[in-house]
Each structure stands twice: as C-alpha cells, then as structure tokens.
Design a protein around this ligand. Structure first.
Ligand SMILES: NC(=O)c1ccc[n+]([C@@H]2O[C@H](COP(=O)([O-])OP(=O)(O)OC[C@H]3O[C@@H](n4cnc5c(N)ncnc54)[C@H](O)[C@@H]3O)[C@@H](O)[C@H]2O)c1
Length: 248
C-alpha cells in the first residue's frame, strides 16, 4: 500500500509513539484520524491532514462512534495503527518485610488487560467490520505489543496483555486474509517516550545496559516499522521486533 495515499486511524495519538506516527503519516501525505482519551494532547496535534477524535479505547460505544466518524471524515479507512496503552507494574506477590506480603490487586491487573488488550480488540474489530463491509482492499491493521510479551518480572499484567495482542493479531490476519486485509504487530523495546517517565531511573538505566544497541530507541524508528508494515504487501500475521537487539 502506498503510504502517501493511505487514510489511517491512529489510537494513542496524543503522546509518544502514536503522536510520532500521526505526524509521520501526515508528513508523508496520508490523512489521519487521531484518537485518544487525552483531549488536550489531541488538540495540540490537530493539523492540515490530522483530524482529532476523542475516545476511550476501552469503551465499546466510544470506539464504534470514533471509527464511524473516521470513515465519514476520510471517505474510507485502509490503515489502523493501535498505539493506545498503559502499564501498571507490580509483582504478583511482594515481600514487604516482617513476614508480610502484598499481591497484585485485581484492579491493577484489569486496568492493563482492559486498555492494552481489550483496547486493541475494539478498534481492530470496529475497523475490520467496516473494511470488510465496505470492500476496502487492501487494508492493514497494525497492533502494538512489546518485548515484555515474553514475560518480565513485575509486568505480569502487561506481559499477558502484550502476548495476547500478538496471538489476537495473528488470528485476525488468518481470518481476514481472504478479504485482502493484513494484520501485523510491532513489538518495541525501550523507546524514548513519556511512558518511560514513570519508570524508576535506576531500573531504566540497568535495562539500557542490557540492550545490545546500548541506547533507547526513538519514536521515528518505530514509525519506520509502521511504514514498513503498511507498505509491504507480503507482511501479515507476524510480529516485527524493533528493540535494538534486546529480545531473543
Ligand atoms: N515507549 C516504549 O518504550 C514502549 C515499549 C513497548 C511498547 N510500547 C507500547 O507502545 C504504545 C505507545 O506507548 P508510548 O510510549 O507512546 O506511551 P505514551 O504514554 O506516550 O502514549 C500512550 C497514549 O495512549 C493513550 N491512552 C491510554 N489509555 C487510553 C485509553 N483508554 N483510550 C484512549 N487512549 C488511551 C494516552 O492518553 C497516551 O496518549 C503502548 O501500547 C505501549 O505499551 C511502548
């Protein structure tokens, strides 16, 4: 697919990787509907080829309306890139001393599964439904996983969600191939965005020491992967790792 002519929905668009993706697509000539729950962040992104749409990706009705609005605004949608995500790290069971232990609250588990996994399912489902119904061909659905999908201490909720994203994406790719629609995941390593500001600086610096490339990645490097996934018509059902060599 020619990225210069595509019409895309990008979720998680107000910040970090989603924001860089919207700007990269618009600069290439694409038209974008930028979706996020952060109204202020969206407003600072709106531009010539970027239309903004506030929605929470965990809310079924809001996602359906946002996707409807995007199809109406753009005429057709042939690309979805799903960046909306959070992490809420914590150990499953933590020793807090003097024989006491705490465990991960259910709410902490659910928040991440809801945003990162259900918040991927809903935009993919709503976009795929309209693509199939409208006979959009070719189409591509891009989801965002993480190096953590292989399991990481303190990230049981996030790892489970991001592994689920890859399995879900492969299922979608197999189901929609007959319709001319591809689906692929991108698994970033540690990328320099606001999401990392919540991480303990010592832990982050220790992580960087373990990256063969010895540095954080940039949002532009993740956009290069998105661009590849849009442009390469033979790329489907796979997860593209962009992590400086971190994962095995
Ligand atoms: N930055 C990294 O190192 C890294 C590494 C691996 C994976 N990722 C993944 O990439 C994606 C983007 O991360 P980022 O670094 O740009 O983070 P970020 O915090 O800068 O941006 C995330 C965006 O998602 C939005 N969002 C969160 N919950 C939402 C909801 N319920 N509805 C709508 N919007 C919502 C936020 O408002 C924010 O604008 C996430 O899925 C993250 O898990 C990031």
């Amino acid at each position: 697919m020619d990225v210069t002519e595509c019409r895309a929905i990008v979720t998680g668009a107000a910040s970090g990787l989603g924001r860089a993706c919207c700007l990269g697509l618009a600069e290439a000539g694409a038209e974008v509907v930028a979706v996020d729950s952060d109204r202020k962040g969206l407003d600072s992104l709106a531009g010539d080829r970027i239309f903004v749409q506030e929605a929470d990706v965990t809310r079924e009705c809001e996602v359906a309306s946002a996707v409807d609005a995007a199809f109406a605004r753009l005429g057709r949608v042939d690309v979805l890139v799903n960046f909306a995500g959070i992490y809420r790290d914590g150990l499953l069971v933590k020793d807090i001393g003097e024989g006491d232990f705490v465990s991960m609250p259910l709410a902490q588990w659910r928040a991440v599964i809801e945003t990162d996994l259900t918040g991927t399912f809903l935009p993919v489902r709503e976009t795929a439904l309209r693509m199939v119904r409208d006979g959009v061909r070719p189409g591509v659905l891009i989801t965002v996983s993480s190096v953590s999908r292989n399991g990481n201490p303190g990230q049981g909720n996030y790892s489970a969600a991001k592994a689920g994203v890859v399995a879900f994406t492969r299922s979608v790719a197999l189901e929609l191939a007959p319709h001319g629609i591809r689906a692929a995941a991108i698994a970033p390593g540690f990328i320099d965005t606001p999401i990392l500001s919540a991480m303990d600086p010592d832990r982050l610096s220790a992580q960087v020491d373990e990256i063969p490339a010895r540095r954080l990645g940039t949002p532009a490097e993740i956009f290069a992967g998105v661009r590849f996934a849009i442009e390469c018509e033979y790329f489907t059902g796979r997860c593209l790792e962009i992590d400086g060599g971190l994962s095995f």
